[in-house]
Design a protein around this ligand. Structure first.
Ligand code: AMP
Ligand code: MG
Length: 498
């Protein structure tokens, strides 16, 4: 029996100035087939899971029909891509169906990605291939389970049509859910046109939506800049703490809500090295792991530029106020970073030597070329109390390193630091087990589930999703998902796949 899914749409963005978007219907596809449906997220959004699975639901998720109350639009933005200014980008293949509220009255965009051409498609076909859709689905859901701010995936649907890339590839559509899709680049589009009325409308909207407490700030646009900077700093501290490399931190992929957005050639590091970069299009290593904080600051500086005339009519005053906010990034970031890594080391209280302790550990990891995720997880199983009963634990940890001495010396310092804190051993371990995942979406596993999905076998993707849904608990018989790639499984480069 067909049931029409009901969305309680309330489309605030579509009610703003029509300079911000173009109305655009999705283009139907020939033979939609469900790849995955996120039932937990659907329930949170108060959507009927059975209805979404029904032929009517599938039709909506494929872009073949529109749900009642939808006001489909493609939004416009601009951006710096790899540092180069592009005056017009926009949703070239994504169509925002509308906004719904979840159980807690929190607002979410429902967007179809890969749903056909829009006025912003430039040369593109408006479509997405199965590979990138599966990658975004798996990685964004893994990020959510890891506790990282991110867009979500509600569904993935195979289109039954091929898309032409270097070769013909099966096509797919992702239903993406986000607190909003507003980017630094959205502001840049209007700033470049000196359209400050629209910037004012946009910043009011962003404050309404993401930072309502700022309406009463003495200078709301300046407070907005500060808030976005803080969210971005927190976001990058999360990325660094789990070894996530976004790959395309262009200003059009920088969310003003501080979400991880636009999963293109992203990847998690296996072996730790600060210069790691995967993206095949990142020739200058601009978006390498260690550059991510600096790039986030640069992206915030671009947002500042857009807000200047709103901050103060006196240019000099405005510039110095905005500059002070941008200059605060290293401190704000460093505090967020230390907080996160302290938890990874099981430390509850701050100490001035912590950053040194962390960076020395990372240096030893880099020298020994060890797996970032597994080393932190293994450390979580080491005891802070060195005694005969647990020495065996140390041995298995030390064996993971090429040279035992540096790590053995470091362990002593880590223990001394714990003694200073005098924390409860069980609490300390719980903190570490909840901060150091056993499972991350490893690149070689993603490539493997993509290969199966391209052959229409979606079972491996579902199994991987189940493992990643519970990243902080070792799961029986699923040890293979915690293993780093074998030599011949190592993925050297990841592709945008657009
Ligand atoms: P991304 O690298 O996914 O962030 O995309 C950068 C820009 O290119 C955005 O404006 C996208 O909408 C656009 N784009 C990417 N792929 C396509 C495509 N296949 N068709 C049309 N536009 C695209
Ligand atoms: Mg993008």
């Amino acid at each position: 029996m067909n049931q029409m899914p009901e969305f309680q749409f309330d489309n605030t963005y579509a009610r703003l100035s029509d300079k911000l978007f173009s109305q655009q219907h999705p283009k139907p596809v020939s033979q939609p087939e469900l790849i995955a449906l996120n039932t937990t997220l659907a329930e949170r959004l108060e959507l009927d899971v059975d209805a979404l699975r029904s032929p009517d639901g599938l039709s909506i998720l494929a872009g073949n029909s529109l749900p009642d109350g939808s006001d489909p639009i493609a939004t416009v933005y601009a951006g710096h891509q790899f540092g180069h200014w592009v005056p017009q980008l926009g949703d070239g293949r994504a169509i925002l169906l509308g906004e719904v509220k979840d159980k807690d009255a929190k607002r979410f965009d429902i967007q179809l990605k890969g749903a056909g051409r829009t006025p912003y498609s430039r040369g593109g076909d408006g479509r997405a291939a199965v590979g990138p859709v599966v990658r975004e689905y798996v990685v964004s859901e893994a990020m959510a389970a890891l506790g990282v701010p991110t867009t979500r995936a509600l569904a993935a649907v195979a289109s039954g049509e091929n898309v032409q890339r270097e070769t013909a590839l099966p096509g797919a559509i992702l239903t993406r859910v986000a607190e909003s899709h507003i980017r630094v680049g959205t502001f840049q589009f209007f700033a470049a046109r000196r359209d400050y009325d629209t910037i004012k409308q946009l910043s009011d909207h962003v404050i309404d939506r993401h930072y309502p407490e700022l309406h009463s700030a003495s200078n709301p646009p300046l407070a907005l800049l500060e808030a976005v900077l803080s969210k971005q700093a927190t976001l990058i501290s999360h990325w660094q703490a789990i070894g996530f490399i976004h790959g395309v931190m262009n200003t059009d992929n920088a969310s003003v809500a501080g979400l991880t957005i636009d999963y293109g050639p992203c990847a998690f590091m296996d072996v730790y090295h600060p210069e790691t970069v995967f993206s095949s299009i990142d020739h200058g290593s601009r978006y390498a792991y260690q550059n991510q904080p600096g790039i986030a600051q640069w992206n915030c500086a671009n947002l500042a530029q857009c807000l200047l005339p709103l901050i103060d009519s006196d240019e000099e005053k405005s510039l110095s106020a905005a500059q002070a906010v941008i200059d605060s990034f290293p401190n704000v970031y460093s505090t967020a970073y230390a907080t996160r890594f302290r938890k990874k080391l099981g430390l509850a209280l701050p100490d001035e030597d912590d950053l040194q302790l962390i960076s020395d550990f990372l240096q030893i990891m880099a020298d020994s070329k060890v797996d970032f995720t597994n080393i932190f997880r293994a450390l979580s199983h080491c005891s802070v109390e060195k005694n005969a009963a647990v020495d065996g634990n140390d041995d298995s940890f030390l064996k993971l390193f090429e040279q035992p001495q540096p790590i053995s010396d470091w362990l002593e310092r880590w223990r001394a630091r714990h003694h200073k804190e005098n924390s409860d051993v069980a609490e300390r371990q719980l903190l570490m087990l909840q901060s150091n995942p056993a499972y991350i979406p490893r690149n070689h596993q993603i490539e493997s589930v993509i290969a199966s999905a391209m052959a229409k076998d979606y079972a491996p993707m579902h199994e991987l999703l189940t493992v990643l849904d519970n990243p902080y608990t070792e799961q029986a018989d699923l040890e293979k998902y915690s293993l780093p790639p074998k030599e011949d499984e190592i993925v050297q480069a990841t592709f945008c796949g657009t």
